[in-house]
Design a protein around this ligand. Sequence first.
Ligand code: NAP
Length: 282
Amino acid sequence: MHTVTLNNGVEMPVLGFGVYQIPPEQTEQAVSDALAAGYRSLDTAAAYGNEEAVGRAIKSSGIPRQDLFVTTKLWISDAGEDKAKRAFDTSLRKLGLDQLDLYLIHQPYGDVYGSWRAMEGLHHQGLVRAIGVSNFHPDRLVDLIDHNEVTPAVNQVETHPFHQRTTDQELMRERGVQIESWGPFAKGRNNLFTHPVLSRIAAAHGKSVAQVVLRWLVQRAVVVIPKSVRSERMAENLDVFDFELTADQMAAITALDTGESLFFDHRDPAMVSRLGNVTLSA
Ligand code: NAP
C-alpha cells in the first residue's frame, strides 16, 4: 500500500476505506469485504454508530494489528478535556483495540482546546499514534497550531472535483498538516459519475470515473477514504496506482472547481448550532 509520512513520522496509507452512513448491521460485512479486497486503513467515527462493527471485522480478519491503520473521531458532545478522554476510552473499547492510529476532532466546535489537550495527552501516553482534526478551515487550523504543542497530523475535509481546496491544501502543506479528503466522489452529486470531462479522461485510460477522481486526488498528495458497500467497487476504488493523469488532464479537472461545498458550510451559524445539538446515543 502506498503511504504518506505524517508530521510525526507515522506512515499512513494514502487510500483507505470510509464507513460513514453504512448502517451498523451492514458494517461488519462491508469492512470484512474491504479488508479482503486489500484495504488496510479504516475511517470511522463515534458519530457513525458503527465502531463496534468495525472492531468485529478487524478481529475476525486475523490481520496483524500493525498492518492496519484505524481512524476514529471525537464528536462535539464529547468536547472538553475530561469528556474527550472518556470518549476516547469508549471508542477504543468499541473498536476492541488498545491503541488507535489516528484520532480526529470531528468538527471545529465546542471546547476544541480542551479536547486537543486531552488528545495531546493520549498521544504522549502512546495510546494514539497521531492526532488531527476534521472540517477545520485554515483560520481555525492556524489558531490551533499556534497555541498548542502538537500540530495536527491530518485535517480531513470535504475535497472532490467540485470543491478542490487547493489554497487550503497549500496552507496545510506549509504548516505540516496532511490533507485527507472526505466525500471524494461528492457522494455522486453534480452527476459526478457521468460527468463529461471526467468520463472523457476515464475513457482515455480505460478506467472508471471513480478511479480517475481517486487518481487525481492521490496525484495531488491528498489521502482518500472512499466508501462503498459493494465488493466490486471496493476493488475498483483500490486499483488506481497503475496509471497517471497527464498535466492536461489534471488541468481539465482543476477547471471543475466551484470553490464551494456541495454539502454545508462549516461557518454557517445555523449549521454550527444544528451540529452542536447532535448528541450521541450510548
Ligand atoms: P463518497 O465516498 O464520496 O461517496 C460514496 C458514494 O459513492 C456511495 O453512494 C457509494 O455507493 C458510491 N460509490 C463508491 N464507489 C463507487 C464507484 N466506484 N462507482 C460508483 N459509485 C461508487 O462519500 P462519503 O462516504 O461521504 O465519504 C467517504 C468517507 O469520508 C466516509 O465514508 C467517511 O469515512 C468520511 N467522511 C467524513 C466526514 C467528516 O465530516 N469528517 C464527512 C463525510 C464523510 P455504494 O456504497 O452503493 O457503492
